[in-house]
Ligand binder design. Sequence first.
Ligand code: UD1
Ligand code: CA
Length: 467
Amino acid sequence: MKNTVALILAAGEGTRFKSETPKVLHCVLGKTIIDRVLEKVRDNFSKIIIVVGHKSELVKKSIENKKVVFVEQKKRLGSGDAVKQAENILRDFNGDVLVLSGDVPLLKKDTIKNLISFHKREKAVGTILTSEFENPFGYGRIIRDGDSVKSIIEEKDASAEERIITEINTGIYVFSSQELFKAIKKIKSNNAKKEYYLTDVISILNSENKKVCAYKIGTFDSAMHRSVSTLSEVERVGSSEEVMGINNRYELSIAEGILRKKVIKNLMLSGVTIVDPSTVYIEESVVIEKDTVIMPSTIIKGKTKIKSNCIIGPFSFIEESLIGRDVEIKASYVEGSEIADGAKIGPFAHLRKESKIASKVKIGNFTEIKKSYISENTKVSHLSYIGDSYLGKNVNIGAGTITCNYDGKLKHKTEIGDNAFIGSNTNFVAPVKIGKGALIAAGSTITEDVPDRALAIARARQVNKKR
Ligand code: UD1
Ligand code: CA
């Protein structure tokens, strides 16, 4: 999209969110609304301008894109005034401007591309992306004169007759840059909200006999859609849900639902079984290989990768983790960890960051692992805390074993050699090193290293006295 600049309006407070956080920083399926808008224009536009205002520092900080130029709108005087802030930057620019609201996270790249080529083909001065909404409440309505658009009228300013119109302004437009800024100067704020509406540009251009078009998506009646005959073509061409503006937390949940269902559907079609899609939350950054089964009430986030043939859930949470083949994770919480082939986790295990679980390991009930390496075939089956530790192969950790890794100031390491057998209820006061094949008697509190194959008993001998 050469010679087209993207201009994103994100200065609004999002009053209807009733939030301390700016609207565009709320998340839809794990990504902020503004990030989702930005990723649609990131690759195709040479310049991206974002108008910020309300808590602008927070919004700017959240965006790490070197291409983006920010302009500040000091007072929220309306979307027309917001666009005006970019005038200085674009003074000598003779191409087109794509204007987007910062609150349309579901918008598709293809739709933007189609809108811009339609605008160029029609040689229009302005083109509005419109859609047909069953319930158009809250949106600006498109007042047409045949194929051209006369004006856009906002909900609050619309007459009863105008409110019946179901073709809405998506808040996404392409304008010839020079014409846009000329028209912006003529906008007045004599409307219900006492704001400078960007939408007034349409009637201004019209009154000057300049060509303003509408490019309608989600229906079959615009020129673009006449040839559409299959469902997949409709998806490609665009749907009305992709242009929904997010103005409150209810709409946020609807957008998230749409995206969540799409991600889950794609996974199912690629060979993943999802037993109850309605209770499963998976972000689109997650990769899952085929024949893995996702059980109900499971959440999988971030750059998690799960190989084939696993059973995940019910009731599991996995974030930023790598999971091998044939792994089971039942009712457990896994963050920033790696789990190799054939390991069995849970129920009720917590793997904290930087835990590495080798193949065929068992991490069982009520066990917490933190920043530790657990080698092949080792079992930590019940009620244990293993922190800052290295466990060798084929180690058996008895129930209730605790690594005492923290002395109040520093964290210390526990190392346990291959084939060691740790009796139940052992405490390892770290730093401590247990040799290969060592045997630790149940109930020991180990404060000194234990050599290979030694038996360590570190508890008071039992005395039975006469009563
Ligand atoms: C706007 C359109 C409406 C359209 C709808 C689509 C106007 C007047 N109305 O209404 O026709 O149907 O979007 O979703 O444009 N903003 C600023 N500075 C301001 C005011 C707004 O940057 O002073 C930004 C907001 O952050 C937002 C965008 O402009 O990203 C639109 O503002 P919003 O208040 O959401 O407008 P709507 O009432 O949704
Ligand atoms: Ca809006």
